[in-house]
Structure formats: C-alpha cells, structure tokens
Ligand binder design. Sequence first.
Ligand SMILES: [Mg+2]
Length: 257
Amino acid sequence: MPPRLLARLERELACGAGLVAILDYDGTLTPIVPSPQTAILAPSVRTTLERLATSDRARLAILSGRALADVRARVALDDVIYGGCHGLEIRGGGLAFRHPRVRTASLVRARRTLVAAAEAIPGSRVEFKGLAVSLHYRHVAPAWRRAVRELVTRVLRGVPGLTLIPGREVFDFVPRVRWGKGEAACWIAYRARRTLPRGGSVVLYAGDDATDEAAFAALKGRALTVRVGNGPSAANYRVRDVREMQVVLRRLAVALA
Ligand SMILES: [Mg+2]
C-alpha cells in the first residue's frame, strides 16, 4: 500500500477539491500480458473508472500509445477523455484535439516500407494507428531481431520527419512534432480543470513506462504523479503494481462519493 499517496489524496479531496485523473492504460490499468490484444480491462476496474468518470467532482482521462479507437473500445465508458497515439489525438468529455502539424504522408510512407519488409520477418506485425505506425516484434525469434533493428533504422533514415518511440516489444513511429504524453497531459489537465466546479482541484497522473516519465517531468509541481512498478522515476509516488493502483483508484472513488 502507498500510504503517503493515499493520505495526500484523501486530505485534498476531504477539503472539497475536484480531481483530474489522467491514467495510462497498459501496465497501469491492466497487467502487461504476452499479446497487446489480450490486455482486457477487468470489470471491477471498469466499475471503479465509471464511478470516477461520472462523479461531479472528477474528470477522467485515459492516455495511451494505442490508437484512439483501440483504447476507447477497451475502456468503453462515456464521459471519459481518451488520448491515443501518445496524445497526438484526444477526444471525449467535451474535448477534441488532433495535433495540427501532423502530416500523414510520412506515416503512409513508413507503413508502406514496413509492410513490404515485415513480410520477410517471421512473427513481425505492422499496425497503422492513424497518427502513428507500429512495428510489433514480440513474436519475432531472437535470430530475426537484428533484421527488425535494421528495418527500423532504414525507415528512420528513409522517411523524414519521424520520431521513434521504443515500447515493450514494439517500435512506434510518430510524426516529429514535439508532442507526447507530457504535452498532452498538460493540455488535458488545463482544460479538464476548467470544467470542474470552482474551489480547487488536484491532478493525478499514473503510468508505468518511459513515455509516462515525460509526463511526470512536464507535470512537476502541478500534479501528483505515480509510477506503477519498478525502475528509476521522476514521479512523486510509486505503487508496486496494477493491483495497488486499483486500490488507489477505488479509494479515490469512495472519497469523491
Ligand atoms: Mg503503460
């Protein structure tokens, strides 16, 4: 249990503050599983999220590297702000954003190169996410991993204007527009706070990997940040795993009721 975090949140909420909760999906709300398709939200977690999303005193955002439609389908709740492709696209809860400088031509070119080359790499899979394109290599045998790295280098050299975000056995190619989870979280926090009743609010951000570290840094001094799991982190607080995160969310739902 993370008693310091709970004490802090419950103290703030007991004074009547509102809450903006911005949560990562994989590794934060669902355990990391062998295949990203099977990262299903547990019904009990959905119930807790629904309580947060429908509270007059809270706004809930889910921010993920997944495609917007994918994360929205997995959470499947109204009144939630969804951020897809590391925040390049945001929709829901009365907000709508699509990064204005994204040019899809580079992504289309990257996809074409990846699809053509991935056919020759057994186990690899290309996913087009709209504002990002991903090369999954979880099922690629070790002997073929070098071919994956070479393909990634070839795409970065051959297609201008892209940035690489390495994930868990996936490489995400995103437009180089200096916009990630950090910028997206600040964007969401600012707007969501304005829709809460007056009288102050607390922003909570929770995530488990390197892309979330950018958000912890961007929100420094402006939010309570929570790292899920091990590893060096700039977050203010840490919970051990997804289960502890669920405890925190349930306590928040109770405190807001
Ligand atoms: Mg994650």
